[in-house]
Each structure stands twice: as C-alpha cells, then as structure tokens.
Write a new protein. Structure first.
Length: 208
C-alpha cells in the first residue's frame, strides 16, 4: 500500500478523534436548542472559558492578575501552588454553575418571550463578553492543559501497523482516551435527551 495512502488513513484517524471531541460542543448546541428553542452562539465560548478556568486553577494562577497589576503596579501572577486535576475540575464545575446562574438571572430571564433573533443576538453578545472576560481573568497566553490522562505516541499501534503495513501510525494516547470518553458522553447525553423523563420534559418545554 502506498505511503501516501497510509498517511491519509493516519490523518483521517486523527481527524476522526478530533471530530469526536468537537461533537461534544455540537451536542451542547443541540441539547440547548431542543430544551429552549434558542441557538446559543456562546456555547463554544463557554467551553473555552471552562478550559481556561481549569488550567488557571491547576496552575495556581491569580484571577485578573493582569488587571490587578495594571491598576496597582504590582507583579502578581501565581499563588505558588498547583492543584490536583480532580480538585481543579470540581472548582471549575462550581464556577461554571455559578456563571450559568448569573447568565440566566441577569440576561436570559429578561428576554423571555422575545423574538428568536433577539435571543440569538443576546447570545452573540455573551460570547464576545465571555471571550474578553476569559482573557482578562486568565490571560491570553498559550496554556497547557494536563488532567492526568496518558500522553505520547501509542507504541502498540505504531508497532502493529509497522509490522503489518510497513508504516507506523502515530496515534497519541491522549487522543485515544479523550475520544473514548467523549464518545461515551455523547451516547449518555443522547440517551438522556431521548429516553429519560427529564430529557423528554426539557424537549417538551421547547415545544410548548
């Protein structure tokens, strides 16, 4: 088999695993639309904000450090400690729940029964606001996210494909684990939406 074709297959597998991760964000769009009838443009930015918050907590980063330094002339950046991944995930979940309550109470609650285009434009405004808030809160520099999952090239896949095809497939362990977890979450959320009492109730609210 030509190396070009094998490379295309390898790239396709890596792209497929990346697509599974993006499907989580896409599923968030679908679930929100089915439950509320609103296309939430800010959904992707909420995922970005959660990732920035998770990295910030893990690295012991001081929130709004750049703003504090600019106002008071200080040079603060980190607390000097690093949180375990599970603790950072729990704290990030709490922050996102609090953020969701704030958005519902101070933005969406005042737009009930408005035209869909007004709600859509409101979510666009939220997206830009949250993007800027994330930059101010955690900085715009490139960050590395580490949640304790295995990383590096999967040696087994590399060896097996090289012995069978004469071309080793470079598939990252992190991509494999993340894809499996994402696929399980997609299946679980789909089952919840389609077959659970709460999921059907959410869809009924949007249809009412």
């Amino acid at each position: 088999m030509p190396d070009q074709l094998l490379y295309a297959i390898e790239a396709g597998l890596n792209g497929l695993m990346a697509g599974v991760l993006y499907s989580l964000v896409a599923l968030g769009f679908v679930l929100i639309f089915k439950a509320s009838g609103i296309f939430n443009y800010a959904q992707g930015v909420l995922a970005l904000f959660a990732a920035l918050t998770l990295v910030g907590f893990q690295n012991g980063q001081i929130p709004f450090a750049h703003l504090i330094n600019a106002v008071f002339g200080t040079d603060l950046h980190e607390f000097g400690w690093h949180l375990p991944a599970i603790v950072a995930i729990v704290l990030t979940g709490a922050v996102m729940v609090g953020l969701a309550i704030i958005i519902e109470r101070y933005v969406l609650k005042h737009l009930v029964n408005q035209a869909p285009i007004i709600l859509f434009m409101a979510t666009i405004g939220m997206a830009y606001f949250l993007e800027g808030l994330g930059d101010i809160m955690w900085g715009a520099d490139i960050k590395k996210l580490d949640v304790g999952l295995p990383q590096g090239i999967n040696e087994t896949i590399d060896t097996v494909t090289f012995n069978a095809l004469g071309y080793g497939f470079f598939i990252d362990n992190l991509d494999i684990v993340a894809s499996v977890v994402a696929a399980l979450l997609v299946i679980s959320l789909t089952i919840f939406s389609q077959y659970s009492k709460q999921g059907r109730a959410l869809r009924a609210v949007a249809d009412d």
